[in-house]
Design a protein around this ligand. Sequence first.
Ligand code: ZN
Ligand code: ZN
Length: 102
Amino acid sequence: MSRKFTVIDEGFACAVCGTNVNPSGYTSRDHCSACLCSVHLDDNPGDRESGCGGVMRPLGLELNKKGRQIVYRCERCGVIKKNIAASDDNENLIIALSTRQM
Ligand SMILES: [Zn+2]
Ligand SMILES: [Zn+2]
């Protein structure tokens, strides 16, 4: 049995908590919906050019025109990045981040 998947929105197993994250169905899934962690793969969104591979941990939450953006710092190289929070992200962690001082 082999099936071909050509969609870019793909599920993955989280490198931090091991949760199998399902594709979001509407946007590129770029972080774990359970622990909100991400992996530093991109220099620019979606390019997979970074080669760093460090774990991106959420630092805080920013509210702006794009909605809720989670602010990340890479544990390995220290770069700061932002990802838009998904609708099925762990709401308790989102709330905890929104009250954290950056
Ligand atoms: Zn996770
Ligand atoms: Zn990095």
